[in-house]
Write a protein that binds this ligand. Structure first.
Ligand code: NZQ
Ligand code: ZN
Length: 390
C-alpha cells in the first residue's frame, strides 16, 4: 500500500558529462557575488577549480577552502557565514564532496541569521531564510546534492547534528560522473556503503509497498555491482554514473514515499561515533549494519529480511525466515569486507570505554527509542550493537 505523503524536491539536477557548461547561466540567476567553497585540495588536483574560475571569470569570487570531512561548525561554518555577510554574497557555490556541500548549506542559513549559528543547526531556532546554494558534487555518497539536510560537527560540544530544513535544498546540482574518477578506493567504498545504508534505513519500515521495495532493492543491487567495477576500473563511466545517480536518491524521501518511517537508527549511532572519533561516515555505517540487523531480527521484523533476501540475493522459499535473515546479514558483512572496509570499529580507532557515554548521547540527541519506530533501540540495545561492532 502507498500511504499519504507530500513530496517536493525543488533542486534542479544537471546530470552527465560536461554538465558544468550550464554553470554560468545557473549562477547568473542569483547574482555576481559568489562564495566558492571547497575542501582540502582535490578540486585543484583534478583541474575542476581552474575550470570553475574560468567559467565564472566575470563574477566576484570569495573563497572558503579547507572544509574537512565531517565538517566543523567552528571554524568552517562560522567563517563562511562571516565571509557572506562581509562580502554581500548572493550565492554559494560548493565544489566537492558531501562535507563541503553540507558545510555550505549550513553557511547559507547562518549567513542570514544575526545570532549564534549553532542555534539554527541544533534546532533551537528555525531559520527564516537562506542564501541559494549551487553545487558541483565530486563524490557519490551522501545524496546531499538532492536533499534538504546537512550534518555538522561541533567539536567543542562533541556533537554531530543532522540539520534538516526545506530552505537547505540546493537550487541546482551539477553531477558529472567523470569528476568522481579520481575518488580513492577507500572513499568509493565508504560512499557506496553510505548510500546502501540510506536505502536500508528506509527499507526496514512498516507499512511497506511492493513498488518502493522493488525500487530500493534495485538501488542496492546497482550500488553493490557497480562499486565492484569502479574499484577495479576507477574510470569506468557506466559504473560511476550508476553510483552517482543512485546515491543522489538516498536521503530526499523519494525511496519511501507512502511507506512507514524507520527513524534512521544506524545513522543516529554513526553520528555519535563520528562526533567522538571523527571516523569516515560510510565505514562506520558498514560496520554497524550487520550488527544492527542482528539486534532487530525478531518475529516482527523477519518478513522484511525475507523480502530483501529474495529480491536482492535470490534466496528461495525453502528457507525458514530466520535462516534467510541470517544469510542476508552474512551477505552484507561479507560484501562490506570485500570492498575493503575493516569490519571492526576498533580498527577505526573507536575506544570501547566510550560506549556507555555514546549510548546516552544517542538517546539524548537522536532518541532511537520512539514507539513509532520500526525497531526502537533502548540504551541496552545501543550498547549491544556498539559492543558487537568493536
Ligand atoms: O577535501 P577534498 O580535498 O576535496 O577531499 C575529499 C575528502 O578528503 C575527497 N574527495 C571528494 N571528492 C573527490 C575527493 N578526492 C578525490 N577526487 C574527488 N573527486 O574525499 C574525502 C571525503 O569527502 P567528504 O565530502 O567528507 O565525503 P562524503 O561525500 O562521503 O561526505 C561525508 C559527510 O556527509 C555527511 C556525513 O555525516 C559526513 O559528514 N552526510 C550527509 C548527508 C546529507 N547531507 O544528506 C547524509 C549522510 O547520511 C551523511 O551523514
Ligand atoms: Zn549517510
Amino acid at each position: 500500500m502507498i500511504g499519504n505523503f507530500i513530496y517536493h524536491t525543488p533542486t534542479k539536477m544537471y546530470f552527465g558529462r560536461d554538465s558544468i557548461k550550464f554553470l554560468p547561466e545557473i549562477v547568473e540567476k542569483y547574482g555576481k557575488n559568489v562564495l566558492l567553497t571547497y575542501g582540502g585540495g582535490s578540486i585543484k588536483k583534478s583541474g575542476l577549480y581552474d575550470k570553475v574560475k574560468k567559467l565564472l571569470a566575470d563574477h566576484n569570487i570569495v573563497e572558503l577552502s579547507g572544509i574537512e570531512p565531517n565538517p566543523k561548525y567552528d571554524p568552517s561554518v562560522v567563517t563562511g557565514a562571516k565571509l557572506c555577510k562581509e562580502n554581500a554574497v548572493d550565492v554559494i557555490l560548493s565544489v566537492g564532496g558531501g562535507s563541503v556541500l553540507d558545510c555550505s548549506k549550513a553557511i547559507s542559513a547562518c549567513a542570514m541569521y544575526d545570532g549564534e549559528g549553532w542555534d539554527l543547526i541544533s534546532g533551537k531556532v528555525k531559520a527564516k531564510e537562506a542564501l541559494p546554494v549551487v553545487d558541483i558534487i565530486t563524490l557519490a555518497a551522501t545524496g546531499s546534492e538532492y536533499d534538504s539536510g546537512c550534518v555538522i560537527s561541533n567539536t567543542a560540544l562533541c556533537d554531530k547534528r543532522a540539520y534538516v530544513d526545506d530552505l537547505l535544498y540546493p537550487v541546482a546540482s551539477i553531477l558529472d560522473p567523470e569528476y568522481t574518477f579520481s575518488v580513492s578506493k577507500w572513499q568509493t567504498a565508504c560512499g557506496t556503503s553510505d548510500a546502501i545504508n540510506h536505502v536500508l534505513e528506509q527499507f526496514f519500515a512498516y507499512p511497506s509497498s511492493s513498488f518502493n521495495d522493488g525500487v530500493m532493492i534495485s538501488a542496492i543491487d546497482s550500488l553493490m555491482n557497480n562499486v565492484l567495477t569502479a574499484l577495479r576500473d576507477p574510470d569506468d563511466y557506466e559504473a560511476r554514473s550508476e553510483l552517482m545517480y543512485v546515491c543522489s536518491w538516498g536521503c530526499n524521501g523519494i525511496l519511501a514515499n507512502g511507506s512507514g518511517y524507520s527513524g534512521w537508527p544506524m545513522h543516529s549511532i554513526e553520528h555519535a561515533l563520528s562526533a567522538y572519533f571523527d571516523i569516515t561516515h560510510g565505514a562506520g555505517l558498514a560496520i554497524i549494519t550487520p550488527r544492527w540487523m542482528k539486534e532487530i531480527l525478531s518475529e516482527k521484523t523477519v518478513e522484511r529480511f525475507v523480502t530483501l533476501g529474495k529480491g536482492l540475493f535470490g534466496l528461495g522459499d525453502d528457507l525458514d525466515g530466520f535462516d534467510a535473515a541470517n544469510r542476508v546479514i552474512d551477505r552484507f558483512f561479507a560484501f562490506f569486507e570485500s570492498i575493503g572496509i575493516p569490519m571492526s570499529l576498533e580498527k577505526l580507532g573507536v575506544k570501547a570505554d566510550k560506549i556507555d557515554e555514546m549510548a546516552d548521547h544517542i538517546l539524548e540527541y537522536d532518541s532511537t527509542d520512539e514507539p513509532w519506530m520500526f525497531a526502537p533501540l533502548d540504551k541496552a540495545a545501543l550498547k549491544r550493537i556498539l559492543e558487537a561492532s568493536m
